[in-house]
Design a protein around this ligand. Structure first.
Ligand code: GCB
Length: 553
């Protein structure tokens, strides 16, 4: 919001109900209950049928806002899960093929009072991301997080002047002196000017062309996440975008930030909290970042989908390096034949590429994003996975200079796609899913695989998931699985192994906090591998990691 632009929030109470597949939103819905936005509905409702409903849901509300002539009105929905259609006063105005991404639509023909209807479809099949399976209307979910349904991020209306700034891309040139900044602006305005403000709001660079020089610039890093503000102003519009100056490079077996090697310390996270589900919440976001800081982490992965823009802003501010992941999760079903006509096919790939582009478009100006992850645990042992990922990776490389990876679960002896990545990220659960409870299996099994990965590819390796389900308050001496002691010991055992290899450049524990999953024999109220509980209190291993990461460089 500024002198040219207004923003109206449509967050709060909406009407809500399940609807039939042919529902068209052409009249005011009857039989609704109240529902909060942003939030998932699943842990709010008390009716089991609604909580577990597979199909379409209606969210509806009226709104009135001031109408100015000569202004564009746009609707911005941060994300719904999953697909959605949007109706204004009974007319369809757009939608989204996927959850986790912003939807931005023109709002024409506004009346004094308007009815906004959002129809969400929570079904997932092989042409969706995440991938799911639908058998005779029955939803089979194989990914290990609850299939939350709802409007998960802010719903806003914003105005634009007649001639406006549509997009800003900021490129900092970090060869040599780090001084140059190039800005590309998409706009139908005639005169554009650029000003860069430092952290104390002093002007440090000005230009009419978008090429700027900042003398003695401050770099963005974990220790000092220095952010500049770029102000783009035209004859009729203005936009402020923060950015940081930092250089990211993979050189040999090192991951360099501003020419210094970094070691990734942190977690795979989830957007997940009690009652709210996947609803964005500032209080929870800040608590998460405070805990990440407290535990001496320096990075995290947005497992397994793009997180809210508020989280990305906080990562810039707090100085966390982010591995930014697209929602390509669950391209591995145990019966095989994942990549081919019947399952993950060309249609899936078109969406996959579109979602890579939209993530990079959304997050390109965040200094915190240091690498993109193009999938989590696809079945890369299959022959058909090779042309699929060759195409996906070469497309992504046309969109960004940042390093790329996907998170691997195929053993080194079978994986066929590791040649595509800049950093090898592997998820391994020795001592948990393999040789359960046997801590002594970690070193020989994981060690052998890490060494083979290195011998074959000579690339840096991050252990992007490892851990053990742990019930807080459960203690055992000597340790047994599910106890707080066991979790601490398995993390200790694994981390000490990683210390042996200088080409291992990071450890991301699974997971930051306990999170909700579908019901299952191995899930006691969800996945309990959190180092923090679901209400964000530390388990024993949090204290262990805090000490380890304080000293680990
Ligand atoms: C994995 C998945 C993650 C699961 C985790 C587990 O490999 O990437 O989504 O939650 O294992 O705990 O099983």
């Amino acid at each position: 919001m500024n002198k040219y632009r207004e923003v109206f929030s449509l967050n709060g109470m909406w009407d809500f109900r399940t609807v039939a597949d042919d529902y068209k939103a052409d009249e005011i819905a009857k039989g609704c209950q109240r529902m909060s936005v942003p939030a998932s509905m699943n842990e709010i409702v008390t009716d089991k049928e609604i909580k577990e409903y597979v199909g379409k849901f209606l969210y509806e509300r009226n709104f009135s806002i001031p109408i100015y002539e000569k202004k564009h009105y746009r609707l911005r929905i941060g994300a719904t899960s999953h697909k959605c259609e949007v109706y204004l006063n009974g007319t369809k105005i757009g939608g989204s093929p996927s959850g986790f991404y912003p939807i931005d639509l023109p709002l024409d023909n506004l009346k004094e009072t308007n009815r906004l209807s959002i129809i969400i479809d929570n079904r997932l099949d092989f042409q969706c991301l995440p991938v799911g399976n639908l058998v005779d209307g029955k939803q089979i979910i194989n990914h290990d997080f609850y299939n939350f349904t709802g409007i998960h991020r802010d719903v806003l209306i914003y105005t634009l002047p007649e001639k406006y700034i549509e997009d800003i891309s900021i490129k900092t040139v970090v060869n040599g002196d780090y001084k140059k900044v190039f800005v590309e602006t998409k706009t139908n305005c005639e005169t554009v000017s650029y000003t860069v403000l430092d952290r104390d709001n002093h002007i440090v660079a000005e230009s009419k062309t978008g090429d700027l020089i900042i003398e003695s610039p401050n770099k963005w890093s974990g220790e000092d996440p220095y952010l500049y503000t770029l102000v783009v102003e035209t004859e009729s519009d203005k936009y402020e975008e923060r950015f940081g100056i930092r250089k990211v490079e993979v050189k040999g077996t090192e991951f360099l930030l501003n020419d210094k090697p970094v070691y990734f310390k942190g977690f795979g996270l989830h957007e997940d909290f009690t009652i709210l589900g996947k609803g964005n919440n500032s209080a929870v976001n800040i608590r998460n970042f405070e805990l990440l800081k407290w535990i001496n982490a320096n990075s995290f992965r947005t497992s397994h989908y793009p997180y809210s823009e508020e989280i990305m802003d906080l990562a810039d501010e707090y100085g966390f390096m982010v591995i930014d992941e697209v929602p390509a999760v669950c391209m591995k079903w145990w019966d095989g034949g994942n990549f081919g006509k019947e399952r993950v096919n060309d249609e899936t790939k078109i969406l996959h590429k579109e979602l890579i582009k939209r993530l990079i478009d959304r997050d390109k100006n965040h200094p915190s994003v240091v690498m993109y992850s193009l999938a989590n645990e696809p079945e890369t042992a299959e022959d058909n996975a090779v042309p699929y990922f060759e195409d996906v990776f070469s497309y992504a490389r046309t969109l960004t200079d940042l390093p790329l990876t996907y998170v691997n679960c195929a053993v080194v002896w079978k994986c066929q796609c590791t040649h595509l990545v800049d950093v090898i990220c592997i998820n391994r659960y020795h001592g948990w899913y393999e040789q359960h409870g046997v801590l002594s299996s970690v070193e020989p099994c994981l060690g052998k695989e890490i060494e083979t990965f290195y011998e074959r590819y000579k690339k840096p390796i991050v252990l992007s998931e490892f851990g053990a389900d742990t019930i807080e308050g459960l203690h055992s001496l000597p340790s047994e699985s599910f106890s707080e002691e066991f979790q601490m010991e398995i993390l200790d055992e694994t981390c000490r192994l990683l210390d042996k290899y200088d080409y291992c450049i990071g450890e991301h524990v699974w997971a930051f906090a306990d999170f909700k999953t579908k019901q299952g024999l191995t899930r006691v109220r969800g996945n309990r591998k959190g180092v923090f509980t679901r209400d964000r209190q530390p388990k024993l291993s949090a204290h262990f990691l805090r000490g380890r990461w304080e000293n680990k460089q």
